[in-house]
Design a protein around this ligand. Structure first.
Ligand code: DQA
Length: 152
């Protein structure tokens, strides 16, 4: 990580996460995406990093965003929503851009329906935070920044 330039983290949200706050609050909580984005920005700014956030309900748009910003970004925090369980294309995009990525889930996907227990993007990420709700995003930002400061 260059000492002269603030590292840029890409915060990427997949399908249906625009409805956070109203979507199944018993599982995903009552906080909204702007609440979460504010948390991540505050955590990153406190450590000298900046954040660019993006949400889409479209697989290709998520991939285009990662491609577009790959050269200026230092790492990725990604909740791919249901694409987590299906999108080989998103897995390949993460692999292709070769940036460290942390996968986040509000819910504990390993304690839910069997189809949610498998992540096809996990192998392209340095790690996964699941089941910690809103706090998981701050944890992911700090884990990613730790990794960028000391990759080994
Ligand atoms: C989720 C879990 C996914 O299974 C689901 O499709 C989502 C949200 C989570 O944050 O817990 O959209 O990624």
């Amino acid at each position: 990580m260059s000492a002269s330039e603030a590292p840029l983290l890409l915060l990427v949200h997949g399908p249906n996460l625009n409805l956070l706050g109203e979507r199944r609050p018993e599982i995903y909580g009552s906080d909204t995406l702007p609440d979460i984005e504010a948390d991540v920005a505050a955590a990153a700014n406190a450590r000298g990093a900046t954040v660019l956030s993006f949400q889409s309900n479209h697989e290709g748009a998520l991939i285009d965003f990662l491609h577009e910003h790959r050269r200026r970004a230092a790492g990725v925090i990604l909740n791919a929503g249901a694409y987590t369980h299906t999108s080989i294309a998103l897995h390949d995009a993460l692999e292709s851009i070769a940036l460290p990525a942390v996968e986040v889930h509000l819910s504990n996907i390993h304690a839910r329906e069997p189809f949610r227990r498998r992540s096809v993007i996990a192998a392209a990420c340095i790690g996964q935070v699941a089941g910690l709700g809103r706090a998981g995003y701050t944890a992911a930002a700090n884990l990613l920044l730790d990794h960028l400061e000391a990759p080994d």
